[in-house]
Design a protein around this ligand. Structure first.
Ligand code: TTP
Ligand code: MN
Ligand code: MN
Ligand code: MN
Length: 430
């Protein structure tokens, strides 16, 4: 008896944006294997190959049960010859030789370590790898001239490679909200990216900012950034103004996948604490309470300490008023922080944060475009072009047959325009 043979006759649509893809699914072993190969292809700048493995993995993520034998895969879309071979190998032997070889290869390990530095892409990492640089430490020793992003990436390497927890995302959200409301009351802030899809951890935290009065949002980002900087919340930021005016194409056709919104790629300084107590960010006020750490109870003296080189007391920062809660990874964080270059453990960590500002009329498109997953987005655009003769971006949807833009004030309306069943964020984890 072969359990679940019915999988073979279930018809599964071929675009990921036609399917529900929950975060937790039934084929982790298979999708982990395919993801390694996808990652390796992407690091080798073989985008097409990467997408093929990602599509195969996404198909498996959407299946209602565990695949136990290759015969169950008959008739399913998205499974190319190479992916099928890997799947069969894993089903039969528990592992795939190609996946094992990849994960153990010096090149893959080095490329992962180097692209794990904020500001370093596959091209740069590959150049360094061929010079014999395999690790962030090698890079540090090499004396290479690094740009500002890469210097920050190297400085906060360990912390930025710790997953950001949901509670840390919430804490960052409170800070962003205070910053935005301080400079533009009535503005709306939405958590986007992986956390909106229900992920419990992420590599960063993403926010979309808008204002119901169209136009009020213009030039907002530099003001928000100044506020955050004055409060000592930013370790690094790079702000890009919007580029609607410079562009000659319509709003649905940005020159690349990069959109033209005002945005800020940043590294936040988030206060942490082992017990999840309320603490102040920016600077901390010590409470004198006993807290339990890995080294046993410690009493915090009730003095105002400033261990942060970025907030020297000669700059008159007003103290923030909101109390911020801490992350679940506190123990791991303190391990990293305790071993970082600064003397002694510190009470904050670095977190990558992306901020995007959209005009209200484009909000639904920006929300859909920035919620991800990346493959889900790619599949939406591919569906739009190939099945509907439409162009979708994070700004607009253009109908090429009717030669007009299709307005939408919600994600539901965009799915409807595209002739797709609405897929909620938690089912976009393709
Ligand atoms: P990411 O933050 O890179 O990915 P994520 O939030 O899905 O995953 P993680 O938990 O690891 O952070 O990107 C979020 C979404 O933003 C993704 O769907 C792609 C989109 N995006 C753009 O539309 N334009 C851009 O320039 C970038 C960087 C991202
Ligand atoms: Mn299920
Ligand atoms: Mn993200
Ligand atoms: Mn991001």
């Amino acid at each position: 008896e072969k359990p679940g043979l019915e999988l073979a006759v279930v018809s599964v649509p071929s675009y990921a944006c036609q399917r529900h893809t929950p975060l937790l699914h039934h084929n982790i072993t298979l999708t982990d294997a395919l993801s390694i190969l996808a990652e390796n292809a992407e690091l080798g700048e073989n985008e097409g190959r990467g997408v093929a493995f990602r599509r195969a993995a996404a198909l498996l993520k959407s299946l209602p049960q565990e695949v136990r034998g290759a015969e169950q895969l008959r008739g399913l879309p998205c499974l190319g010859e190479h992916s099928l071979r890997v799947i069969k190998e894993v089903l039969e032997d528990g592992v795939s030789l190609e996946v094992e070889t990849t994960t153990h290869s010096e090149q893959f390990k080095a490329m992962k370590a180097l692209t794990g530095i904020f500001g370093v892409g596959a091209k740069t990492a590959d150049r360094w790898f061929r010079e014999g640089i395999h690790t962030p430490s090698d890079l540090q020793r090499s004396g290479h001239t690094l740009n500002r992003a890469q210097r920050a990436g190297l400085q906060y390497y360990d912390e930025l490679n710790l997953p950001v927890t949901k509670s840390e995302a919430v804490a960052i959200g409170q800070i962003v909200e205070r910053a935005v409301h301080a400079v533009l009351p009535g503005a709306e802030i939405t958590l986007i990216g992986g956390f909106r899809r229900g992920k419990q951890t992420g590599h960063d935290v993403d926010f979309l900012i808008t204002h119901p009065d169209e136009g009020r949002e213009e030039g907002l980002m530099p003001k928000v950034v100044s506020w955050l900087e004055a409060q000592g919340f930013l370790l690094y930021q790079k702000t890009t103004g919007n580029s609607y005016l410079e562009s000659k194409e319509g709003p649905a056709r940005p020159a690349s996948n990069m959109d033209r919104f005002e945005r800020c790629f940043s590294i936040f300084r988030l206060s942490t604490d082992n017990e999840g107590r309320e603490i102040q960010t920016g600077r901390e006020i010590q409470t004198g309470r006993e807290i339990q750490t890995g080294d046993g109870p410690q009493t915090y003296s009730p003095t105002l300490t400033n261990t942060d080189p970025h907030t020297h007391s000669d700059s008159p920062h007003p103290l923030p008023q909101t109390l911020v809660v801490v992350g679940d990874h506190a123990q791991k964080v303190s391990w990293v922080l305790g071993h970082s270059q600064c003397s002694g453990p510190r009470s904050w960590r670095a977190v990558r944060v992306d901020l995007v500002v959209s005009p209200y009329s484009q909000f639904a498109f920006a929300l859909l475009g920035w919620t991800g997953s990346k493959l889900f987005e790619r599949e939406l655009r591919r569906w739009a072009v190939h099945e509907k003769a439409m162009t979708l971006s994070s700004h607009a949807l253009y109908d090429r047959k009717r030669t007009q833009y299709l307005r939408a004030s919600s994600e539901e309306e965009i799915f409807a325009h595209l002739g797709l069943e609405y897929i909620p964020p938690c089912d976009r984890n393709a």
